[in-house]
Write a protein that binds this ligand. Sequence first.
Ligand code: NAP
Length: 432
Amino acid sequence: MKGPSVVIIGSGPSGFYTAESICKKINSDIDIIDRLPTPFGLIRGGVAPDHQTTKKITVTYTKTAKKDQIHFFGNIEIGKDISIEELRKMYDVVILATGSELDNKLEIKGTDLKGIHGSAEFVGWYNGHLDYVNLNPDLNTENVVVIGIGNVAIDIVRVLSKTPEEMAESDIPEYALNTINQSSIKNIYIVGRRGPIEAKFTNVELRELGNLKNCKPIIKTENLPDKIVGNFSDRDKRLIKKNLETLRNFSLIKENNREKKLNFIFFHKPVEIIGNNRVKSIKFEKVKLKDSQLEGTGEIVTIDCGLVITAIGYQPKNISGLEISNGIVKNTNGKIDTGFYAVGWIRRGPTGVIGTNKADGESVTELISKEFNNQTKNGRNSLIKIIKSKNLKVTSFEDWEKIDSYEKKKAKEPAPRKKILSIKEMLNICKI
Ligand code: NAP
């Protein structure tokens, strides 16, 4: 007996882990829809281009995609080409795995000036994400301020600091590599409103910043705490200790001939961005922590800069029919409504590592197997009908494999691929 028909919206990690989990437990046909012609979401468009080992997780997702039960439908935008209501009429189970695509905004004066980018768009730009290939950020400035002290901020400062030789094994598009290489960037500031103890970055990512060929991390070690004060688990204490050691060790790096400087600044809360038309500087208020809350000191510090990149978290795009609040879709343990579920960042917010999404998939599989016995709605056949009636140009997983081999063939050694930068070209390769 066939299990309920399932459609998953979004083919990033949470979508694929959910498909894999359902496959193992339920005899359902599972369709995965993505608005891009290519699968893998943040793995392709968000994970840093020089972190190719992380991107290898797509080998696992590919095995899932090739299972008989599963079909990939790329280049369909839910909310534009097909509505959620239509999908819910066609499938027994609809699962949202659309992530958090939009940047959180700094709510201070001056954010409408030119020269300010959120991490979703900036990371998308240097990753060849189809939404951001034309962002054209102006890197013709000596000073760049990156706001936030999480792993995304670390990715950004690293990519801005690496030499073309250090990026040779990455899949950064040529336009981004050249723009960064030809930029006048000398000083990069990574600024946190909290301190090194509260920083969200992880140690492996932080340590990488000590090994950059042409960039020296700068930190005032006298400002680093000797003791870890706060309510932390033993594990967290160990991790914080490692981060503090790494930051301290940065001051021992001798190569002062590195042309770029990466300045770590803690306890600075952004209060205003200054400029006429373009950003010229950013004002911070020095803050301290009192009972885990930020408390202003009234002391203002200004950093001159021509580019500000915020890496302060994400929120989901709204799709008609969803109730989004506090950065997630309204849900109870992944359930939005009967037959309607959410996994990944849209379910729980933009936190955790890639593997964190596995548990979401498993818990939704559990819910589905309790709530549904068999297939009652036509699922895939109805979707194919609607695709035909709306004349949508849809890619399959086999089409993605054509794009994938084309990109690999076009790459210059030792780069793993040369990303295609337009939907039109992708569809041409697939002869769609
Ligand atoms: P994150 O880890 O939540 O860090 C966000 C940073 O922005 C924090 O320092 C936060 O400070 C700061 N912030 C938020 N609002 C702010 C405001 N209004 N003004 C100033 N600062 C503000 O988020 P993320 O870096 O975007 O990463 C998202 C997730 O992806 C994380 O789980 C991360 O570990 C993961 N990721 C992992 C990797 C990797 O493993 N290599 C790479 C990239 C991303 P507060 O702490 O004060 O709120």
